[in-house]
Design a protein around this ligand. Structure first.
Ligand code: NAX
Ligand code: K
Length: 464
């Protein structure tokens, strides 16, 4: 698991460490790390350009330039605010033979020291113009400038980094936005940091949490997943959600609804019935994909919410909860509920998502006392207790019709297996994204191909 700390937390930890270290020592340590990665990225190249902003981020870049000069690299620096450039860094850079220029000449690598933790908003026009001129790969200092350190939002011009060297700890931007390869330089902040604000699951965390049958297991011990999905109009959603539950764990799957024939034809191992009242006992329900929003569907959702087992409410179930707040009353408040909205469904439930997806997921989790999995290229899972997991997909191939039905089925089966609902949602998001990547291998895929890749994705995380 990788921890991520917001800028406010980083700053307070840094203040305490700064007070206990000689002046400039932390910056030089940070800059040495930048210079080392720059040398790696340079390969045979010998020319580096620095874009230097007005703060300590620019100071890091200038000191990195100093160390690169010491290794015989030609280094040029554009000072975006010459009067405010970091004084000691600039003096050291000049002393070592670094050259200050108005525009960067052709270079083999650019170092982005425009702005770091104090970043607000997109790149300002002069910085944006220098960045637009670059045709060398960029190494970002701390974070790619123009991207918000805490939300990962990039509402305008920003740096696209080949790699980022960050200091002390990872910040939300490193999981929420594209920072290229991220390297961490230790500044000894550890003891001062406290617990992280956000977590990112690593493949091995997902592999370790994934339910696997043991010698004592039978078809019931892995949990029975109920799927209340699909309709005469949308039988496919039922087939996909049920299939995902069938493939995700070795527990049993019961399907209840109007698509029973289609589900039975595709998944003979699922126990299918036409009506929710005949479904039998389950340990968790998945409700919503392709279910419709009519009165009959509301009755199904009510039954599921009253069942006293964890529920994954997806798609039409979310729309029904948004349109008919009375449905919330059917829910046993002590039983976990996981809501899996995309941005438009979120808006129906809780207003616009806005640029801070983490804050949005947390708001809804608190409001509904539910686990909220806010889907997207960056998926955020927030629990009512404030725990928050983020997962940034490495590709966008999962953005296809039916993909959400698969995610809901996987999540439901992890709930049925008894996983903590926040962890279940985080694991489902990760395996789903990985399955999309594996299935696509560079070309568009339908959701049914994503579904078929689930076993490979599970194998991949379990082998780590
Ligand atoms: N505090 C510490 O202990 C350490 C800090 N370090 C570096 O210090 C950085 C933070 O430095 P500072 O707090 O001085 O501030 P920054 O260097 O992040 O920002 C400097 C100034 O840039 C301007 N700015 C804000 N948004 C901008 C935008 N979108 N476009 C252009 N300019 C913008 C603001 O006037 C801001 O004050 C970290 O990111 C890291 O690189 C490192 O040297 C390691 C040690
Ligand atoms: K930067």
């Amino acid at each position: 698991m990788r921890g991520l700390w917001t800028t406010a937390r980083v700053r307070s930890a840094e203040e305490r460490v700064l007070a206990a270290t000689p002046p400039g020592a932390l910056m030089r340590r940070a800059a040495l790390g930048v210079a080392a990665v720059a040398l790696e990225l340079l390969g045979g190249g010998r020319r580096v350009g620095l874009l230097v902003g007005s703060g300590n981020n620019g100071g890091d870049a200038l000191w990195a330039g100093y160390y690169l000069r010491k290794r015989g690299v030609a280094v040029f620096a554009v000072l975006l605010s010459p009067d405010k450039a970091h004084a000691e860094g600039l003096a050291a850079f000049r002393r070592a033979g670094g050259r200050v220029v108005d525009r960067l000449p052709p270079v083999d690598l650019a170092v982005d020291g425009i702005v770091g933790l104090s970043a607000r908003g997109p790149l300002r026009p002069d910085a944006a113009a220098h960045v637009a001129d670059l045709d060398a790969p960029v190494l970002a200092v701390d974070l790619p400038s123009g991207i918000d350190p805490d939300t990962g939002a990039a509402p305008g011009p920003h740096v696209r980094a080949r790699a980022t060297v960050t200091f002390g700890c990872l910040k939300p931007v490193h999981a929420l936005a594209d920072c290229g390869e991220v390297r961490l330089v230790d500044l000894g902040l550890g003891p001062e940091l406290g617990g992280p604000d956000l977590l990112e699951l690593e493949p091995e965390d997902v592999g370790a949490a994934w339910p696997v049958p043991g010698p004592e297991s039978d078809k019931y011990t892995q949990g029975v997943t109920g799927v209340a999905a699909g309709s005469a109009t949308y039988p496919g959603a039922a087939v996909l959600a049920t299939g995902a539950a069938v493939l995700a764990t070795s527990g049993m799957v019961r399907y209840a609804g109007a698509a029973a024939e289609a589900v039975r034809a595709r998944w003979p191992e699922a126990i299918c019935t036409g009506s929710i009242t005949d479904a039998g006992r389950v340990q968790a329900w998945v409700a919503g994909p392709g279910l419709g929003t009519g009165l009959g569907s509301e009755a199904v959702l009510r039954t599921v919410l009253e069942a006293g087992v964890p529920v994954c409410a997806d798609a039409d179930a979310i729309t029904m909860l948004a349109n008919n707040p009375d449905l919330w009353d059917a829910r046993d408040p002590d039983t976990p509920l996981v809501l899996t909205p995309h941005d438009r469904e979120y808006e129906r439930l809780a207003g616009p998502v806005g640029e801070d997806r983490v804050a949005a997921a947390r708001r809804a989790a608190e409001k509904f006392r539910a686990v909220v999995l806010l889907k997207g290229h960056v998926t955020v899972v927030a629990g009512p207790d404030g725990r928050t997991l983020v997962n940034r997909a490495r590709s966008s191939w999962a953005a296809t019709a039916g993909s959400g039905d698969v995610l809901a089925g996987v999540l439901g089966s992890l709930l049925a297996a008894g996983l903590d609902p926040v962890l279940a949602a985080g694991c489902a998001a990760k395996v789903h994204a990985l399955a999309a990547e594996l299935a696509a291998a560079g070309a568009p895929i339908p959701a049914s191909a994503l579904l078929r890749a689930l076993p490979d994705a599970i194998r991949a995380v379990r082998s780590r």
